[in-house]
Design a protein around this ligand. Structure first.
Ligand SMILES: [Fe+2]
Ligand SMILES: [Fe+2]
Length: 295
């Protein structure tokens, strides 16, 4: 794939589990980033995930002087409610025809059985149904394949089992789905990531990074043929991971030459602490209202 490059990338953190100290921004469980691309006179705004609820995102957008109508495209990293729950409310404010990129299984039934039954997928009243979103102008682009959105920006598509590094083949989250009326383990292979080729190298963005952030970085390198990785951004779902998995992840990212790590959400304090130890000042904790500029 001919990828291209962006001159400037700005990531506004619209939803995060943490708001920062003494912050005017609202926190919530989930992720939402506004990804702004600038290349020459071109400016594109991609909304990556929609948190659990729309209201705190709209509140934070106002503080950042971002008009919802200026969003050009939406990417949903995966089906989980803390990434899709704000979609309906945000679509009402975006109020125009807009492409929404996601995996074909984004609407699947996904649930936990411990400690009790918990539905984990798109919440119908907040995230909306396929049809409800279409009625508001949403155009679903559901594909397992990587797709280039603008020059320098592409989704990773599905990370196939044989594209995963060995230590990321096991899940760190036990969920189930339904197949022909049978309850089967959910492989959570509906997560697609986003990658941006900047002057400093690739920036890879994950929602929860359920396929594993290392496998996602490798996929971005494989798609683009670019070996230089500047940053990884997002939740890495290491909150329930054992120490070995955490160490393997941190070491592998180091070995791949990743310079900066921006993480929070489901990464967990133990993993964040390890990133701080190994990356020092190049580790930054995400929080609502944080603005990351890469040029
Ligand atoms: Fe999440
Ligand atoms: Fe998730």
């Amino acid at each position: 794939m001919e990828i291209g490059k962006v001159n400037e990338l700005i990531i506004y953190v619209l939803a995060e589990d943490y708001a920062g100290y003494n912050s005017p921004f609202w926190a919530q469980h989930g992720i939402s980033f506004l990804i702004e691309i600038r290349s020459g006179h071109m400016r594109r705004r991609i909304l990556f995930d929609t948190g659990s609820y729309a209201e705190p995102i709209l509140f934070n957008m106002k503080l950042l002087s971002i008009e919802p109508k200026t969003v050009d495209m939406i990417v949903l990293s995966h089906s989980h409610f803390d990434h899709t729950g704000g979609l309906l409310g945000l679509m009402k404010e975006i109020n125009k025809e807009i492409p929404i990129f996601a995996h074909p299984e984004i609407f699947k039934i996904s649930f936990a059985l411990e400690p009790e039954f918990i539905y984990a997928g798109i919440p119908p009243l907040r995230g909306g149904s396929k049809e409800a979103i279409e009625e508001l102008g949403g155009i679903w682009i559901l594909t397992r394949e990587p797709i280039r959105l603008v020059p320098g920006v592409f989704t990773l598509g599905e990370i196939a089992e044989d594209e995963k590094v060995e230590f990321e083949k096991s899940q760190t989250l036990g969920l189930y789905t339904l197949k022909d009326g049978k309850i089967v383990p959910d492989s959570i292979n509906d997560e697609i990531g986003l990658a941006i080729n900047t002057e400093k190298g690739l920036v890879i963005i994950g929602g929860c990074s359920h396929p594993g952030i290392v496998s996602m970085v490798k996929k971005a390198m494989k798609i683009s043929g670019i070996k230089k990785v500047y940053a990884v951004v997002g939740g890495f779902h290491l909150i329930n991971a054992n120490e070995e998995r955490i160490n393997n992840t941190v070491d592998a990212l180091k070995r791949l030459g990743v310079r900066k790590v921006y993480t929070g959400h489901c990464t967990g304090l133990r993993a964040e602490n390890m990133f701080l130890k190994k990356f020092g000042n190049n580790f930054e904790k995400l929080h609502a209202g944080k603005v990351i500029a890469i040029r």
